[in-house]
Structure formats: C-alpha cells, structure tokens
Ligand binder design. Structure first.
Ligand code: CA
Ligand code: CA
Length: 137
C-alpha cells in the first residue's frame, strides 16, 4: 500500500487546494530522483452539494522507495578433479584399491607407474601409498 498524506484547504479566492504527498517508508532504501514528473491524474471529487468537481493532480515524486529481493543461482561447470589412487573408480578409497594397485604393479602395467618415470619400482609403491594416504576431496 502506498502511504498518502494530504490536506484540503480553501484559499482566499475561494478555490480549493488539494495537496497529496507520498510518505515513503522510513526503513526502506530510498533513492532521490530529480526532474521526474508523473502524468497528470484527473478524477472526480464529490462536493457537499449535488455538484461534482473535477480535479487534476500532478504528482512530483521526491523519492521512490522499494524493497528488492534477489535470488541468485550459481552454476558451476567443469570436470571434477580425478581421484588418482581410487583405481577402481568407485568413489571410495579402500583396501580394494590397494589390491588393484598391486595387481597392476605385478602385471607390469604402466598404470602403476605413480612416479611417472616410465619404470616400475618400490618408489611407485611409496607414491601410490602417499596418494592413498592423502585421500581424495
Ligand atoms: Ca576405490
Ligand atoms: Ca615409476
């Protein structure tokens, strides 16, 4: 609801002056605007007699207030970091990944080359165990 405050006054020349002010909410964020005029608003105003007076109102806003609520959606795209020691790729680091590493190592599979030097040796076992102990995000 737009709070309106107004007065009706009879001037010395007999004219009736109607003044309406918009009372912005005190707690709302307010932004002053200059030079903005609203359209003139005509409406009928009943009088005490059987006549009806025509009134033309021109409002000049001093302030426009509003409450604004924003909704924010954050969409992240990309590829998740692979969990290297999760050799069975089941999302869980457990003893079966250790067994899988040992099977690869014993088979001479380059997938067991955790040091990346092209050879399989005890340092690949240490590198796998280090990665296994470090865990995955
Ligand atoms: Ca696993
Ligand atoms: Ca190696």
């Amino acid at each position: 609801m737009l709070p309106l405050v107004g007065t009706v006054e009879q001037l010395d020349n007999g004219d009736i002056e109607l003044v309406i002010n918009v009372d912005p909410q005190q707690n709302a964020d307010s932004y002053p605007i200059d030079g903005v005029l609203t359209p003139e608003i005509p409406f009928e105003l009943p009088t005490l007699s059987s006549d009806t007076a025509g009134v033309l109102i021109t409002l000049t806003p001093d302030l426009i207030s509003s409450d604004v609520t924003y909704a924010l959606s954050l969409i992240v795209t990309g590829t998740p970091t692979p969990c290297v020691p999760d050799l069975l790729d089941d999302g869980v680091l457990d003893i079966f990944d250790v067994f899988a590493f040992l099977d690869l190592f014993n088979a001479g599979d380059t997938a067991a080359d955790f040091t990346g030097d092209g050879t399989l040796d005890i340092f690949d076992v240490f590198a796998f165990l280090d990665a296994f102990n470090a865990g995955c995000p």
